[in-house]
Design a protein around this ligand. Structure first.
Ligand code: ADP
Ligand code: ZN
Ligand code: ZN
Length: 761
């Protein structure tokens, strides 16, 4: 009998996304396997289509006629590109995310691995990053495809053409046009056997003798790792402030897991921001570690992947996409800083790496360890309710102690006639800090995208009565002009509300909009302290891959006294000369207009407090707020996670937010405003029709009208969305996928579906 196998196509639409049956030709019998990349004839297409072998069939299904089944045309390589586990994982991803099995598999594998195994690859990069950025922002580009290519290259600097074509879903023609117009240039890269980025020289280091708390955590995880079997979930939440010894726990457990011949996968939010972690891994485990970072060249990515696939490297560390590393016998998966939004992919397929880590841990019979100083409320809830095991590291290893946190009541400042965004106390502290030759960091919310309305006399903040999140105004890209918007909107239910003239709480007229941008803060410092040297770090100053690090390095070399920036500056780096950190307006964080606002505000405030005072000199943190009594501000000032959690979980429960309920967001993007809006409306109608049709199942589902996103237009594309809420995530997924599959959507409008999005802006 002929050998039969099933294949999924790499570039199928969802309609054609299923397993198709083919005959394995005699000459390929020995070298083909599950996970092999093959080329197959499909329909009436002239050239064979790329696909992945998903399984072999023991016999022909009844309804098939053997004569009609076609042969596989070609095999890409003797080695499969993915493992059997990854094939299974891809089917699971299709169930959870709006994508095809092929999309999922293509996301897991570096594109160079999928290309014909030639040794030289053609790569491309931008001729001038700044010009490219300007081009994007100018809105002159009329081709979505060109936009995608430029965005990709801004992020990765250089990539092989195959990678670009695949990741941006464009043809070579698009690249050629961009090259002809002088936007990108081509170059040749050789795929070599040796790893292009040699590991940095690191002195080998031994394990520390574990503290009592560490020992307890290590033992519990070890026991679970020893007993774990596939199909069951063994999850831990390791809760401990920065410096409490979490990393040491990971390393020691990793060592034990390795010694039993199993493998270790470690995820970090961003490799470039976590140099300590990679250094310590290399110091402890030397060449057994592979570091998957986005700066690897195409050749580097290819070789590293092949060596992991060949099971030559037992420890893999990397950011989000490293969760797909093709290890076959994982005993431990660590997700460090589990609260970070970078674990959520914002391009298709919009997976959440922590979910994938959970699935893989179960498939492999591995333990999953999530670590954080400020876990997500939903993760803490899991631990409190028996879905995972809570482990605590209550104290810092060194007695560097915590910084002093001081909350400044901005209502009192206004009452005294100080209308600036700096309290007198902060101005004075800034002055003395600089006098002493020390440095300061000033933090702001993300680019002042949104503004929030507060009463500066009593601290009242304008919130949606139905969703209990802060109302925000639509985007004002440069933030902070003094003028009051007329109307505010709720990002979740889209209800509009008029900004009152008098405060509903205290009847004063002191209603104001908060929303200073980094630029405005820089100007203000200039005014108050003309001698201060200032560095600014926000999205505007950190386009391109290295500028980010350059700014931080310059600050570390003390080329400036003050660093002003968004939450980015709170991460990673230890600046030993920074003795003052300030959060200009806690209200702005709390007014972010998302249900996670409190959680993220608490995380940022705690992170800043934990960071200041790590050096030899004692640190000071100043938090300014018109709501100094808000539970988040009070808990953060005391660095009391439990106090924060106790209140927040009540709010989540009352409002049916995560983990008690789910939000689904369908986002439509296109160049043409009216077309995009039309499609969004049509989508909303499909959802409404399905809710009607299925009645009971969706009786508690809440559907909102199609509406423009708060940031209505980004890089020339208009953005509309439809929000749906339900207690069950499965319900939401089913509903939105069905509606999406039914929707007639023109080519110019793209659709993305997100369950529990990290941002609704
Ligand atoms: P976290 O990951 O929670 O921030 P780390 O594991 O990085 O904590 O530990 C903080 C510091 O304490 C590091 O410099 C580390 O080298 C050191 N350290 C960790 N565990 C021990 C230990 N058991 N004995 C001595 N020093 C330790
Ligand atoms: Zn008031
Ligand atoms: Zn609302």
């Amino acid at each position: 009998m002929k050998r039969l196998c099933q294949v999924v196509l790499a570039n199928a639409s969802r309609h054609f996304d299923r397993e198709w049956t083919y005959v394995v030709p005699e000459p390929l019998r020995e070298s083909i396997d599950i996970g092999s990349v093959v080329y197959v004839p499909f329909g009436t297409r002239k050239t064979p289509s790329r696909g992945f072998v998903t399984r072999f069939l023991p016999e022909l299904p009844d309804q098939y006629d053997e004569e009609k089944i076609r042969d596989i045309s070609a095999l890409l390589s003797d080695r499969p590109a993915v493992t059997e586990e990854q094939v299974k994982l891809a089917f699971e991803m299709k169930r959870r995310y709006y994508c095809t099995v092929g999309d999922a598999l293509d996301t897991m594998v570096p594109p160079t691995v999928l290309s014909v195994g030639d040794r030289r690859v053609k790569a491309a990069r931008l001729v001038d990053m700044d010009e490219a950025t300007e081009l994007l922002d100018s809105g002159d580009l009329r081709s979505l495809k060109q936009v995608r290519v430029i965005e990709l290259l801004l992020e990765h600097e250089e990539a092989s053409c195959i990678e670009i074509r695949q990741a941006a879903d464009v043809s070579q023609g698009v690249l050629n046009t961009l090259a002809k117009n002088g936007v990108i240039e081509f170059l040749q890269r050789t795929v070599s056997r040796k790893l292009p980025e040699e590991l940095e020289e690191v002195e080998p280091a031994d394990a520390f003798e574990a503290t009592e708390a560490q020992r307890k955590a290590i033992e519990e995880i070890d026991d679970a790792a020893y007993a774990a079997t596939p199909g069951e979930l063994n999850e831990f939440l390791l809760h401990g402030v920065t410096g409490s010894g979490k990393t040491e726990v990971y390393l020691q457990v990793a060592d034990h897991v390795l010694s039993r011949g199993r493998q270790v996968l470690i995820l970090v939010p961003e490799i470039a921001l976590t140099p300590q972690m990679t250094r310590r891994l290399v110091a402890r485990f030397g060449e057994r570690v592979a570091i998957l970072h986005s700066r690897l060249t195409p050749a580097g990515r290819y070789e590293t992947w092949q060596r992991i696939l060949a099971q030559e490297i037992p420890i893999v560390v990397g950011a989000r996409s490293a969760v797909f590393a093709p290890l076959k016998n994982i005993g431990l998966i660590v997700v460090d800083e589990e609260q970070e939004s970078s674990y959520k992919a914002e391009t298709k397929p919009r997976y959440y790496a922590v979910d994938i880590a959970r699935i893989r841990a179960m498939m492999n019979g591995a333990v999953l360890v999530l670590g954080s100083a400020t876990p997500q409320v939903s993760s803490y809830w899991r631990a409190k309710n028996g879905f995972s095991t809570l482990l605590n590291l209550p104290e810092r290893i060194s007695d560097a102690g915590m910084a002093d946190v001081e909350v400044i009541d901005m209502r009192a400042e206004y009452a005294r006639g100080n209308l600036s965004i700096f309290s007198e106390r902060l101005t004075r502290e800034l002055f003395y800090t600089i006098e002493r030759g020390e440095q300061a960091m000033i933090l702001l919310n993300r680019r002042g995208f949104s503004r929030t309305i507060v009463c500066r006399s009593c601290g009242w903040q304008m919130r949606c009565p139905f969703c209990d999140i802060a109302l925000t105004s639509h985007r004002n890209p440069y933030g902070g002009e003094a003028k009051l918007p007329n109307r505010m909107v709720c990002h979740l239910c889209e209800r509009l509300a008029r900004v009152p003239k008098y405060c509903p709480e205290c009847s004063s007229e002191e209603i104001m909009a908060l929303g200073a941008g980094t630029q405005q803060v820089e100007e203000e410092i200039n005014k108050q302290l003309p001698h201060a040297k200032i560095l600014r770090m926000d999205l505007d100053t950190t386009r391109g891959r290295f500028s980010h690090k350059e700014i931080l390095d310059a600050f570390e070399r003390h080329e400036a006294d003050v660093l002003v920036g968004t939450q980015m500056i709170a991460k990673g780096h230890d600046f030993h000369n920074v003795t003052l950190s300030a959060i200009l307006s806690a209200d702005q964080l709390l007014g972010a207009g998302e249900f996670r606002a409190s959680e993220q505000a608490f995380q940022l405030m705690t992170q800043v407090a934990g960071r200041a005072g790590r050096g030899l000199k004692k640190g000071r943190v100043i938090i300014q707020a018109v709501q100094p009594d808000h539970f988040v501000v009070k808990a953060a000032a005391k660095q009391d996670y439990d106090a924060f959690y106790r209140e927040e979980i009540i709010f989540r429960n009352r409002m049916a937010y995560l983990p008690f309920g789910h939000i689904g967001m369908a986002q439509l993007k296109g160049f043409d405003r009216y077309e995009t809006e039309d499609v969004a409306r049509a989508f909303q109608r499909e959802v409404a029709a399905l809710i009607d049709q299925y009645g009971g199942t969706f009786s508690n589902t809440i559907l909102t009208d199609a509406s423009p996103a708060p940031v209505e237009r980004i890089r020339s594309r208009y953005r509309y969305r439809v929000m749906v809420r339900d207690e069950s995530a499965e319900n939401l997924t089913r509903l939105l996928f069905m509606a999406a599959d039914r929707l007639k959507r023109p080519k110019g409008v793209s659709l993305a579906i997100d369950i529990d999005p990290w941002t609704t802006l």
